[in-house]
Design a protein around this ligand. Sequence first.
Ligand code: SF4
Length: 158
Amino acid sequence: MVLNRMRSLTDIFFSTVSAMGRWASGKSMWPLSCGLSCCAIEMMHAAASRVDLNRYGCLFRASPKQADLMIIAGTVTKKMLPQLLTLYDQMLFPKYVIAMGGCAINGGLYSESESVVSNVGDYIRIDAIVPGCPPPPERLAMAILELQAKVIKGCQTS
Ligand code: SF4
């Protein structure tokens, strides 16, 4: 009886701590400042005053060691892919990835090009996509909010 009660108290404690951890992680996603082409302008716009991603706890960081969210904003060329993977490897755990724009999702306009990676999901786990060419900054904010909600609920992100 006493043992069962202690076990349930321990369960409550650890589930509360785990929920708090998920809430903190979801509410403080720090994206890496890394833009690849024109979609990056929309990503920068999302950080500016009209959409203001800071309101959602998203502070862009210049170092991968301080970031847990990668926004692949734009065309991923085969030449750039190794650098992108290095940055991803250096990011904090748990880490999340949003593919922004048709080019990042499936090569977009350049899907037939020899120099462009047509499916970046083959190399990095993608947690959310933001379709469009270019997607408006509000759509990026929406994707971040949806990803935050999934992380807080403890859902599998992909
Ligand atoms: S999806 Fe459109 S806006 Fe974005 S990088 Fe590709 S061409 Fe540029």
